[in-house]
Design a protein around this ligand. Sequence first.
Ligand code: PMP
Length: 375
Amino acid sequence: MAFGWIDEQADARRRAGLVRTLRPRPADTPLLDLASNDYLGLARHPEVTEAAAAAARTWGGGSTGSRLVTGTTELHTELERELADFCGFEAALVFSSGYAANLAAVTALAPHGSLIVSDAGNHASLIDGCRLARATTQVVAHADPEAVRKALGTHAGEAVLVSDTVFSVDGDAAPLAEFAMACREHGAGLVVDDAHGLGVLGPGGRGAPHAAGLAGADDVVVTATLSKSLGSQGGAVLGPARVIEHLINAARTFIFDTGLAPAAAGAALAALRLLRREPERAARARTVATELHARLTAAGLEAVRPDAAVVSVRAPSPESAVRWAADCRAAGLAVGCFRPPSVPDGISRLRLTARADLSGAQIERAVRVIGETRP
Ligand code: PMP
């Protein structure tokens, strides 16, 4: 039978208790949310939602075409200018998702015959960028500048190092300054995905590259998402103007994809302006993460010390992680659950996000529920 192998895989998933399900989120959820990526609590901020609605009224429900045809509005170019300025880079380009931005940056900046050095903890979208690129990829040990140096030393031609700034599974940060140094020793470019750093790290949330002194560097390219701290949807690439010009002309996920929806561009722009006005939101997200980690540890749970707003809690097995997350939900707490095959290291964990708008009482309640439901 056609697609018969799909049923075999489905049976295996059911037997392992690892079936993924889609649960529509009620608009007005009674759950305490430590699962979303709305790090700064901006997704429902009235200025952000109103900007989205106003953009849709002015420009329409969709962008109507690819960026190079009809899909660029004034909102897109304003957002690009302000994002680049905020993060300290010469230029920026927005995409319909962070995933598309990563595919664009990696494929367009790693030409045929070049070497991509890729950190073992990278997000799936960077991994897929490596798979699509016409370059050779060498995966190196996680967060290991020496391993990067060694890999770069094996190749004489063009090379690029690709890494997350904050790794999405455990919330640990990459040694960015050391990565940049290793790249410079070998004349290689550095492409970093700041999906979890923008809005959280650096002064006023200007991102991990800014914090590492790499803003505006001519050999550094940053990708980001508009769907986490900025409470919207979409992605971006930031870097030297000549790199952005190259992407406009060469990146397939830019050229052949419909432009970011105006509502998403408007919402992200409003969120960015809010963050400029209220820079303390970034520091608050970091403080909440530190407090969450301290309380979890005090309750005897094995939590990874967070470098940004993601807090990872170890679970004994994939099945127990799935059950633990379900028990939290039943007790009114939404948490993320990462388990194989989503995690390459095979370690299952609950993944908590520390939102800037969580109160002390909410943090306390979350830790109590996680402790009471532990497997
Ligand atoms: N990079 C990282 C590190 C991410 O966590 C994500 C989102 N899960 C993405 C890229 C993709 O971004 P988007 O959701 O905007 O496609």
